[in-house]
Ligand binder design. Structure first.
Ligand code: DLL
Length: 432
């Protein structure tokens, strides 16, 4: 039976949701215009005043906010509440340029916790569950977000953070954790280690809530099968609040966006034009219930599709497809657009696991693509003599998917470093 955390919102008639959005948008635009000189200047430069924004239908009139704006306004320039009302910051894991810092009032934290509680309930969670949060805690939003959601729901929260895999498994077995929250790459690593330690029969997991990085359907099936669970996707970004901007339900056909707090649009990343529902483009979010850091029309760089339909789970919240990549992660190799997720699909469809690296280089003015793939122990044992045949098989499959020739290098099991957080899979030497 499907459960909801806030059925009056999650299953509301779309016209009710639109009313909530209209009212909250108007209030938020007024708030940033009055409290944030940076926004006021941006709006004035576009010839817009708060009076021009009467409903969601006027959203397109507002200027976009980009990561460059956040860097320019760092650290306090976009703060829309008095500093004395703020109780927390979180920050992106970005390693280049200035960090992005997001601020929260207590009301913002409460809203965020609610979003994450909805995600846990949609994954079948109740207050009787034991929720192991193996996302990193600290500046990264993964740990604090799911921790807050689990508390709000009243589940027993096990804040293991990421890393220390033996301890994770020990606590998982001793406490009988039923829901695991971590990145999909760490879930793969944990699954591998649980099976190696012979502890598969000692775990009581029933569901996993995995996000923070792109992962394919094939990787989902692999994790589900290895851990004997149902694996749910969760999406979010620090700038908007962290995990819980959207979450998957039992239908597993897209992630429901918490529309009472965030309005989503899809735009053409080159022209900024708003695209109709169902078309693929860049995802843009407007925060309509936040106090401290309500970004307006923030360009996420994530490429995806929105679809509104009454879901078999009963929710009416609009759904976003799994992001298929980031417009800034998309590789352009010899003029061809390549998303790492396409490569992952080929590898998993051919019996490999998600342990791989994509190396792009430029030799004699021409781009080269190499995919280094770890063999599974099974493939390794029956292919030692036929590695080149196996590599050729993958070259052909990749050519078929990407329309591009790639070099494939198969390496022995366990030679590619595992990740406890987001995996680093792309090495683009062209930029170095
Ligand atoms: O990754 C927040 C998060 C934590 C989401 C835990 C889910 C679970 P950032 O570090 O700011 O925040 O990175 C945000 O990660 O713009 C996407 O490109 C990517 N991303 C997040 N969730 C997913 C997902 C957190 N489910 C960036 N699928 C986003 C694909 C995702 N990409």
């Amino acid at each position: 039976m499907e459960r909801y955390f806030n059925p009056e919102i999650e299953c509301a008639d779309p016209s009710v949701l639109k009313e909530i959005q209209n009212e909250r948008l108007v209030k938020t635009v007024k708030r940033v215009y009055e409290n944030v000189p940076y926004y006021r200047a941006k709006m004035e430069a576009s010839g817009i005043t708060p009076e021009d924004i009467k409903s969601v239908d006027d959203l397109h009139k507002l200027p976009f906010v980009t990561k460059d704006d956040l860097r320019e306004a760092y650290p306090y320039g976009l703060l829309a509440a008095p500093l004395s009302d703020c109780v927390r910051i979180q920050s992106t894991s970005g390693t280049t340029g200035k960090r992005v810092i997001a601020f929260y009032t207590q009301n913002d934290i409460d809203m965020w916790d609610t979003c994450c509680a909805r995600a846990i309930v949609a994954a079948g969670g109740t207050k009787d569950d034991v929720v192991q949060v193996s996302y990193g805690y600290g500046l990264f939003t993964g740990g604090p977000g799911l921790n807050g959601g689990s508390h709000k729901l009243g589940s027993l929260t096990v804040p293991t953070s990421s890393g220390n895999t033996d301890r994770q498994i020990q606590l998982m077995c001793d406490l009988g954790s039923t829901i695991l929250c971590c990145t999909p790459s760490y879930a793969e690593y944990l699954a591998e280690s649980i099976n190696e330690h012979g502890r598969r029969d000692d775990i009581k997991l029933k569901a996993g809530i995995f996000g923070a990085e792109a992962w394919s359907e094939e990787m989902r099936h692999d994790i589900e099968q290895k851990l004997g669970i149902k694996a749910y996707d969760i999406y979010g970004l620090t700038e908007i609040c962290g995990p819980g901007v959207s979450f998957e339900c039992s239908a597993q056909t897209g992630m429901h966006i918490n529309e009472d707090n965030f309005i989503a649009e899809i735009i053409n990343p080159n022209t900024g034009e708003v695209l109709p529902e169902g078309e693929k483009g860049e995802l843009v979010f407007t925060c309509i219930s936040k106090e401290a850091f309500p970004l307006i029309r923030y360009r996420t760089r994530d490429i995806c599709v929105l679809k509104r339909e009454k879901c078999s789970c009963g929710r009416t919240l609009i759904k976003m497809a799994k992001p298929m990549g980031r417009s800034d992660d998309m590789l352009i190799i010899r003029g061809v657009n390549v998303f790492p997720s396409q490569i992952e699909t080929v590898l998993l469809n051919n019996g490999y696991e998600a342990n791989y690296q994509i190396i792009v280089d430029r030799v004699n003015f021409s781009d080269t693509l190499e995919v280094v793939v770890e063999m599974t122990p099974e493939i390794f044992s029956d292919t030692v003599k036929h590695i080149s045949a196996k590599e050729k098989e993958l070259v052909a499959a990749l050519k078929n998917m990407l329309g591009l020739s790639a070099k494939v290098t198969l390496v022995a099991p366990k030679t590619i470093a595992r990740s406890e957080g987001k995996a680093v899979r792309i090495i683009d030497k062209r930029k170095i």
